[in-house]
Design a protein around this ligand. Structure first.
Ligand code: ZN
Length: 181
């Protein structure tokens, strides 16, 4: 892949409710170690690290589809301990799929001088895809660390990745490839 200039890592919804809680997704366990490796490498390199975390309020539109999950202030809305944010990382609370929607993420990324986002987390075809779409229309290069991205099924993951590649020009790579770029 082309060398990265000023990337920011965006971790989507690696929350207790999304791993083992209300919306438990067993395949997401496999993404934990690659994400941890990416975050360690990113912090070493001084890359911006952001988390975009569901923090829902009662009556949010998504509740009709998914039921209550990651309700603001509950244990289920916490980032899992294995990927706990470190000093210097920033967490953004979101109430919709996209990490950019009414969160202030774009303003923060611009202040950091970021020109690319490296996306990990879940789900490939839902929150990651919507976040990638907003990153694209906001002018960022979109990179998918595919071993750090999960979905309920391999088909959903493949569909989400293919859509982001086609529609947002997303570049897919492994965590190791990204850290070597
Ligand atoms: Zn949600």
């Amino acid at each position: 892949m082309e060398p990265l200039n000023r990337p920011a890592v965006i971790v989507a919804d690696m929350l207790v409710d999304f791993i083992t809680g209300a919306l438990a997704n067993p395949p997401s366990q496999e993404a934990i170690e690659p994400i941890a490796r990416l975050l360690a490498g990113a912090r070493e390199r001084g890359w911006t690290v952001c988390y975009v975390n569901d923090a829902h309020l009662p009556g949010d539109p998504e509740e009709r589809l998914w039921g209550p999950h990651a309700m603001a202030g509950t244990p289920g809305a916490q980032v899992i301990p294995e990927l706990a944010p470190q000093p210097g990382d920033v967490q953004f609370a979101k109430r919709w799929y996209s990490g950019f929607h009414e969160t202030g993420l774009d303003m923060y990324l611009r202040a950091q001088g970021a020109d690319a986002v490296i996306l990990v987390g879940q789900h490939a075809h839902i929150c990651v895809q919507h976040t990638a779409g907003d990153a694209f229309i906001s002018g960022y290069r979109v990179v998918l660390a595919t071993d750090g991205i999960s979905a309920f099924t391999p088909e959903d993951k493949a569909d989400g990745v293919a859509y982001m590649e086609t529609m947002y020009g997303a570049e897919s790579a492994t965590v190791d490839e990204i850290l070597a770029a």
